[in-house]
Design a protein around this ligand. Structure first.
Ligand SMILES: Nc1ncnc2c1ncn2[C@@H]1O[C@H](COP(=O)(O)OP(=O)(O)O)[C@@H](O)[C@H]1O
Ligand SMILES: [Mg+2]
Length: 252
């Protein structure tokens, strides 16, 4: 079943040159999809469209078969419950004045979700591998990797169907990055994942499917395994060649 799809999406900022052109792809429910491309290729813009934060200039974004109704407050509240995101910078994304409990519980409050928020926060904290004593503490007491775990806990606390990640491990040092990629791998077993990164190696390790974006256009899409084994586009070949110690082993 297709959970999310883009059909011939164009996007430009104001009257500027097009940033996305005729972008089409589908995300299957339960699968993990990586979007790779160099800096400036339009990945973050694409993610903003998927989150309903901006609307395509042409074409459509569909969730569960229906176009996103970004103008409706009640639709968007329900959408946010189902689709959550994690961003690159674990420093700027957490409010330094809020306790970890309040940070993780924020979607439950803003989305007006019923139930025992304490239990839901504890479950999310446990899922990201942090201990309960973290809840009364503040962001400055945590490392970059721990902060990213907190941001992930906030993203999954309302049990979304789809988790979007934008360069979510790019700011982390190598060993932390490996651990957070493992966490995403575990989470991807129970939700659909769209993982955006300029780093093909990370996407190759994590995602079953892959879309290669160049200057706002999809140049290649399909099973990660197939694309790595037989890249069709010269750009994809360049990306593969630029991954340090790429081959075998890390491919799922
Ligand atoms: N708010 C904005 N206004 C105008 N141009 C933008 C804005 N954000 C991004 N861009 C431009 O859109 C293109 C794609 O950017 P972005 O989606 O951030 O790519 P990526 O995430 O792949 O690095 C770039 O040329 C960038 O300069
Ligand atoms: Mg980006």
């Amino acid at each position: 079943m297709t959970l999310l799809s883009l059909e011939k999406v164009d996007f430009a900022y104001g009257r500027g040159t097009p940033v996305l052109q005729q972008v089409s792809f589908a995300v299957e429910a339960g699968a993990s999809l990586g979007i790779v491309g160099e800096s400036g290729s339009g990945k973050t813009t694409l993610l903003r469209l998927l989150l309903g934060l901006t609307r395509p200039t042409a074409g459509s974004v569909r969730f569960d078969g229906e176009p996103l109704d970004t103008r409706s407050g009640s639709y968007m509240r329900s959408y946010r419950r189902q689709v959550q995101a994690v961003f690159q910078d674990p420093y700027s994304s957490l409010d330094p004045r809020q306790s970890i409990f309040d940070i993780i519980a924020e979607p439950l409050r803003s989305l007006r979700i019923d139930g025992d928020h304490g239990n839901m926060v504890s479950a999310a904290l446990d899922a990201v591998g942090l201990t309960p004593d973290s809840l009364a503490r503040y962001p400055h007491q945590f490392s970059g990797g721990q902060r990213q775990r907190i941001a992930i806990a906030r993203a999954i606390v309302a049990r979304p169907r789809l988790l979007l990640a934008d360069e979510a491990v790019s700011a982390l040092d190598l060993s932390t990055r490996v651990r957070i990629v493992k966490l995403f791998e575990t989470l991807a077993q129970s939700m659909t994942l769209v993982f955006v990164s300029h780093d093909l190696g990370v996407v190759a390790a994590l995602c079953r499917d892959m879309v290669v974006l160049k200057h706002g256009q999809v140049v290649e899409a399909g099973r990660t395994r197939d694309i790595l084994a037989r890249p069709q586009h010269p750009y994809t070949k360049t990306l593969i060649a630029s991954v340090p110690r790429m081959p075998q082993g890390i491919v799922p």
